[in-house]
Design a protein around this ligand. Structure first.
Ligand SMILES: Nc1ncnc2c1ncn2[C@@H]1O[C@H](COP(=O)(O)OP(=O)(O)OP(=O)(O)O)[C@@H](O)[C@H]1O
Ligand SMILES: [Mg+2]
Length: 309
């Protein structure tokens, strides 16, 4: 249904009690993932990604706040039935063959026995692992194991896949194979929510992405929304004597032509600032827009304590 939410988190908090005292992993996290989108979930180590994912799955209880999956409270059977999950660290029965283990996952996911073969076939085809169905899990490379991980998440035919660090530790080819697999899932209208530390991967495959930091949502949107809203306008000015103290934020620079001043401005403040400079008798030597990649945005947000608040 258009506009339907696959995931909704509202003011989610989670405090772990540890021997070293309480650890506030989530501090009022809000997040909305729409049905059918591929959504990238980004944050530094310890930002709270896996904690929120475990709450969505009912593997961990929130301290306060709401978490829903397609409108069902997280942790209920109705919510759990809608999710296929690949954990951050997945371990398998290594001695089993791909098809044996996938059949078990299909049964665990509630696939009726008459449908198990068909569903396993579709899942293996989706992750391009049909030709390895008789291989033991122990024979698979790390990249192929992750593909198996996606197959076991898909085999119950859930509308939502949650993949925690799908491509961590994989070589660029294996990463690209998995990216292509995700793009194939978009055509089947499956919602994919995946955490990642690879910005180019998120830029390349996601419809929208969110950056969380210290247990809170910092930004959420399409990649152009996330990057263009943070574009900077850089202006280089010739400043007449005596007006510098009326123009905060100017940095002196020099080139072969002479001494100038440079200001780095947000798009919102640029027009007003430049008008003020012209009014004070400055002349503009150069005006440029500095494009930001998702990686730049990520660094700006997560650079240090308090950088985002
Ligand atoms: N079971 C636990 N007991 C105590 N503290 C925990 C537990 N699980 C996570 N934490 C703490 O909660 C915070 C968030 O951790 P979480 O694993 O959710 O982060 P993450 O974003 O998934 O990080 P990573 O990118 O390293 O996987 C961290 O400070 C972590 O040490
Ligand atoms: Mg994690």
């Amino acid at each position: 249904m258009a506009g339907e939410l696959a995931i909704q988190l509202q003011q989610l908090t989670k405090t772990y009690r540890t021997l070293r005292g309480p650890v506030e992993a989530l501090r009022g996290l809000d997040l909305e993932v729409r049905a059918g989108e591929i959504f990238g979930y980004i944050g530094v180590n310890g930002a709270g990604k896996s904690t929120s994912i475990k709450i969505l799955l009912g593997l961990s209880q929130a301290t306060s706040g709401q978490a829903e999956v397609f409108g069902e409270p997280a942790g209920t059977l109705a919510a759990r039935n809608k999710i296929g999950y690949l954990p951050e660290v997945a371990t398998y029965h290594e001695f089993m063959s791909v098809e044996e283990l996938l059949r078990i996952h299909a049964r665990l996911a509630g696939v009726p026995s008459g449908k198990v073969e068909e569903r396993c076939g579709v899942a293996l085809e989706s992750v391009k692992l049909e030709d390895r169905r008789r291989s033991r899990i122990s024979e698979l490379s790390k990249g192929l194991k992750q593909r198996f991980g996606v197959a076991q998440a898909l085999v119950g035919d859930p509308p939502l896949l949650i993949l925690d660090e799908l491509t961590s530790g994989l070589d660029p080819f294996a990463q690209r194979d998995l990216r292509d697999i995700l793009v194939g899932l978009r055509e089947r209208k499956i919602t994919v929510f995946f955490s990642s530390h690879y910005m180019t991967e998120v830029e390349n495959v996601c419809d929208r992405a969110a950056i969380i930091h210290e247990g809170k949502l910092q930004v959420c949107g399409t990649i152009p929304e996330l990057t263009q809203n943070r574009e900077k306008v850089e202006v280089v000015l010739q400043v007449p004597p005596g007006v510098l103290d009326q123009l905060p934020g100017l940095e002196p620079i020099s080139d072969e032509v002479g001494e100038f001043h440079r200001a780095s401005l947000s798009r919102d403040e640029a027009d007003g600032y430049i008008q003020k400079c012209l009014g004070l008798g400055c002349s503009v030597r150069r005006l440029s827009t500095v494009q930001h990649s998702l990686e730049d945005v990520f660094y700006q947000i997560t650079r240090g304590p308090g950088a985002t608040s």
